[in-house]
Design a protein around this ligand. Sequence first.
Ligand code: FES
Length: 86
Amino acid sequence: MYVCSCFGVTEAQVRAHAEAGHCTPRQIASQSKAGTDCGNCVRSIQALLGRGACPRRELLESRAPEALEPEVADAASVASVEQAAA
Ligand code: FES
C-alpha cells in the first residue's frame, strides 16, 4: 500500500529504510523523497516508524536528543509537520 502518493513510496519501502537504520521521517525523506512535496504522508510515516518499523528506535531514543537530529535537512514540509507535532 502506498504511504506517499506524490513519490509512489510504499509502506514496505518505508519499513525497509527503517530496518536499514533510517528511523526518522527526515531520514526516510532523504532516502525516498517521501514527505518532501505535499507533506500529507508525514504523519503516516511517523505512525509506521512508531509501530515497530524501526528496530533501532529504542536505541535511538536512549541516546541524547542531539543524536536524533537528521544528517540531511532537505525537507521543509517534513520539518514543518514535525514542529506541528511537537
Ligand atoms: S503524499 Fe508524500 S509528499 Fe505528498
